[in-house]
Design a protein around this ligand. Sequence first.
Ligand code: GAL
Length: 406
Amino acid sequence: MMRTTLILCGILFLAPFHVIAQKFDGLAETPPMGWNSWNEFACDVDEDLIKATADAMVESGMKDAGYEYVNIDDCWHGERDENGFIQVDPEKFPSGMKALADYVHSKGLKLGIYSDAGWETCAGYPGSRGYEFQDAQQYAAWGIDYLKYDWCNTEGLAAEGAYMTMRDALAKAGRPILFSMCEWGTDAPWEWAQDVGHAWRISGDIYPCFDCEYRHEGGWSSWGVTKIIDMRADQEIRQYAGPGHWNDYDMMEVGNGMTIGEDRAHFGMWAMLASPLIAGNDLRNMNTQTLDILTNEEVIAVNQDAEGVEAWKYQVYDSTGVWVKPLADGDLAVAFLNRSREDHTINFTWTNHVFNDPHFNYSYNFKNSEYEIKDLWTAKKMGTTSKPMKFTVPGHDLKIYRLSGK
Ligand code: GAL
């Protein structure tokens, strides 16, 4: 009796201190869409840029197309105050982060911010190590909606624990903040982060080229579009992604110097891969071709499809890979990615093919079922799968079709 009472007292005593934190549900049922400053502006960020970007997101039609988050990457930080609370750089953000969040919210958009699990960010600003709960509290007080959490200067830390600490800190702060993990796939986050973050980067940084590897001094590389697509092929990471927890193939380089075909291939593949669609170009100055790619409604619908399944690579013909993405209501998207510089004409006899998903239970047998085909770049109807389809995929470009059951 005495023992039971003691145990009960112990439980009662401990109970209020034992909080089981969870990430916020419902924030990323489909891949997040927005913009981030890093790819185009690096450390050159300030409140004028962020406000003008929010304006441009609305005026260009990107908001209507589904883009929602305006995200400030590295280099917004000032010092911590005497109580340890992080402050903005007063020169870059003279009105303060709260006022900026209010502005972005007044446009019907959301504001994102960046920090790092280590002692310093990659650019050398204060990291969140040891200040996780205070930082989360500060972000919540400012009205932040999205946190990208990087992995520089984390020597000796374990990724899972470090990211769980920030998840718990965000939960404690109480404001629903989308948690975007950026540890570059180093510790295979797809295997453990489903309940930790809403998305996790799977690669080092993207570079605005189709298939190059850009080597930096210091021995690290940035990666072209196809390099990132291929990076985790052996780990079959698509099986770990789904509503609320996505593989993040990095912020986009559409509009940052590749050819139109390459930009199309990049955007189309990010849609097929159910990656977050975070634009990385200057929204204040983009040409119509860039805008048309970024706001293609039907390609975005492939990315935002409620089924939340990433594409798999079905087959490769010469240099052209065929990718298949199951969609809701029995539809599917099929993309042909031409990696060579030569145009590739294909005569695709659908009825010779059965697409069997290697990880989930999707199966499409074109002998048994007929689908209508739509080209999502041209919006042209291409007939049905009952007949062979002849088409050309230009070099470094991609064709993407939506197939709907008849
Ligand atoms: C990298 C990250 C980039 C960018 C940069 C900022 O680690 O992958 O996307 O955030 O840090 O310094």
